[in-house]
Structures are given as C-alpha cells and as structure tokens.
Design a protein around this ligand. Structure first.
Ligand SMILES: NC(=O)c1ccc[n+]([C@@H]2O[C@H](COP(=O)([O-])OP(=O)(O)OC[C@H]3O[C@@H](n4cnc5c(N)ncnc54)[C@H](OP(=O)(O)O)[C@@H]3O)[C@@H](O)[C@H]2O)c1
Length: 326
C-alpha cells in the first residue's frame, strides 16, 4: 500500500486512517474500556498508523463516569507510540446540543497539557484546532502553534472545518500541514478547497467519510442503531426514510462498479475519494474489527478514470441532506 505524505513533513501514513471517536462518543453507550483498547491495538496489527481523537470526544459510561477517548487511545498505543502518527484536537467543549468554542492561547495551553497526560505521551504529531473560534484571529492561534512546535510538544498542526480565508491567514504565520473537514460522496461542499490544498501542499483528512455509516448500506432504518441515548445517528437527515431511499439509489451504482473490484460499498466510498485525490486521507471509524480490516483494505483499490466519471456523474445528478450540511 503506497503511503501518503502529511503536508510537507517527513511523516507518511497508510492511505486509510483511523477515527477513534465512535468508541466513546456520538455512537451510543461507550465501548467498555478494555474492549476499546483491544480494538485500537488490533487496528495497529491491521496496519493503521494514523490515529484521530480529540479532547472533547467523551461519553458517559454505564456507571456514570466519564469516558475519555484520549485516555483509551493513550492506553492502547503506549507500546507502539512511535510507530503511529497521533492526532488530537483542542478548542471545543460539548454543552448539551451545542458546541462551546474556545481557542484562546490560555485555553490551548491548558488543553495540551491535559491531552498529553491522557494520551500518555510527551508529544502530539498533529494538533488540530477543532473549530474556528470567532473571537480569536487565526494569526493568534497559528502563533501558539508555532510556539508549541518550537517547544517540541507538537510536530505539526491542522485545522478542522476550516474555510479558505482562515486557512490562508493561519498558514502565513505557521504552515498548516493538514486540514480535517467533512467529506464523503454525500458531503462534497468542501471540494472547492481541494485546489487550495494542492497549491499550499496541505493534506486533506476526510472525516465522516462514510457519511456517518450511511454509505455502508448497513442501516436501513433509524431504528437500526439500538445503542442507547448517546447515539447521534438516528436524528441525522441521511437516516430519514427519504435519506435512506436516496442512499440506496446511489449505492446501486456504487455496487455495480464495486462488483468489478470485489469491493463493498464502504470500500468503494473510500476508494472513490482516494483515487480522485492523492492528498486525501479518509479516517473512517468502526467498533468492529472486521469492518476496520475491510475499510483499511480500500487503500488497495484502483479505480479507472471511466469508473470515477460514472460515480461523479451520478453524484452530480443527486442532492443529499446530510448531517453537518451546508
Ligand atoms: N474533526 C471533526 O470535527 C470530526 C467530526 C466527526 C468525526 N471526526 C472523525 O472522523 C472519524 C469517522 O467519522 P464518523 O464516525 O463520524 O463517521 P464514518 O466513519 O463516516 O462512519 C462511522 C459509522 O459507520 C459504521 N461503519 C464503519 N465501517 C463500516 C463498514 N465497513 N460496514 C458497515 N458499517 C460501518 C460505524 O458503525 P460500527 O462502529 O458499528 O461499525 C459507524 O456507525 C471519527 O472517528 C473522528 O475521529 C472528526
């Protein structure tokens, strides 16, 4: 599997990265800690070497304690820390149904110490600003990142859900290595950033690349999740009756080409973006080893220009309502 370079750094990773969020956050009751640690260790055996977590990925355990995703990731990777690229994020706290944003220098300084401790490490490879804070200028955030790089606490930095103007301003102060924005067959509004990434030599990390699972075809009703109240998925527009019907129409075309490659629809959804852009890295998440394995293997699928065109033409002819939509 050909590795992909992260921005202009000397860090290279396999083409499919690992989203760790769902083990603790947004996908229902958190996976029991020991089981979650085992899943993340087995993922390393499969070949994953690009791990994505965040300070705010938390959930409530059945005994009422807080489940910190960073703690699970830290416990899992401690024996192979230097073999992976470890990413975490600052600047967001979940407050009920809204996000509290704080990227002030004081808050970033506090956050990084907490993340290093939970992750059981003394450096973070990629430190992301999780969301733009309207009260803090990009130059200020980039200035703090520059200091953290000089201090050896982080190797590089990135921004999540960024727009072009903010990215250019931040990049001018301290070069940005990666951006992490939503991107999938059903969420293509950031395609306008692809030329900017190419121009600046920035890697695009695609989060929720399976449209929160919709593109796998595994969920045929919003009642299919059954993992308790902490699951955000049943309320997402792609899981309305109309959303599922549209997804199935798309997956018919996806699966026709998938048959040629003996690939399932999740693999095809990932292969589609990796074949379109050599600077993109999807980070799908799953709590199931077999799915992690299958998703990882999508990095081997080569699609022809004709196949990509059939898929793109189909996508251009459809409109989707997806969680996080613009
Ligand atoms: N920067 C940000 O603001 C941001 C926001 C959201 C997410 N993220 C990152 O992106 C990662 C992935 O995003 P995501 O979890 O929202 O969405 P996703 O990767 O698009 O989809 C995950 C869902 O798909 C299911 N799934 C995965 N592989 C499957 C397969 N092969 N077959 C059938 N079902 C499959 C998973 O369920 P099971 O677990 O049951 O398999 C889970 O419900 C997160 O872990 C996180 O690290 C970042």
């Amino acid at each position: 599997m050909k590795q992909r370079r992260l921005g202009k750094t000397d860090m290279y990773v396999n083409p499919v990265g690992l989203g760790c969020m769902g083990l603790s956050h947004a996908s229902g009751t958190p996976t029991p800690k020991e089981e979650a640690v085992k899943i993340l260790q087995e993922a390393h055996q499969i070949g994953y070497n690009f791990y994505d977590t965040a300070e705010c990925y938390t959930g409530i355990n059945p005994d009422g304690t807080i489940n910190y995703n960073e703690e699970i990731v830290g416990e899992a990777i401690k024996d192979f820390r230097d073999e992976i690229v470890l990413c975490t994020k600052f600047g967001v706290t979940h407050k009920g149904d809204h996000l509290e944003l704080d990227s002030s220098p004081e808050r970033i300084r506090k956050s990084i110490e907490g993340s290093l401790k939970k992750l059981q490490t003394d450096y973070i490879d990629i430190y992301y600003q999780h969301r733009i804070d309207p009260h803090v200028e990009p130059e200020v955030v980039a200035g703090v990142m520059k200091e953290l790089i000089e201090e050896g606490k982080i190797k590089a930095w990135g921004i999540s859900e960024v727009n072009e103007d903010y990215l250019r301003r931040a990049h001018a102060v301290c070069p940005v290595t990666v951006i992490e924005n939503r991107y999938s067959m059903m969420a293509r509004w950031y395609e306008k950033l692809m030329p900017v990434c190419q121009e600046l030599g920035i890697t695009y990390v695609a989060f929720s690349p399976l449209a929160n699972g919709a593109l796998t075809g595994a969920y045929q009703s919003k009642n299919d999740f059954g993992n308790g109240e902490q699951d955000f998925r049943p309320n997402m527009p792609q899981y309305s009756d109309e959303g599922i019907k549209k997804t199935n129409e798309l997956l018919e075309v996806v699966n026709q080409i998938g048959q040629i490659h003996q690939a399932n629809s999740a693999q095809m959804s990932l292969a589609w973006m990796m074949n379109k852009y050599d600077f993109i890295i999807p980070i799908p998440g799953s709590r199931k080893i077999e799915r992690l394995k299958s998703n990882f293997e999508a990095g081997n699928i080569e699609l022809s220009q004709e196949e990509l065109k059939v898929l793109d033409d189909q996508l251009d002819a459809m409109e989707f309502k997806v969680f996080g939509g613009h």
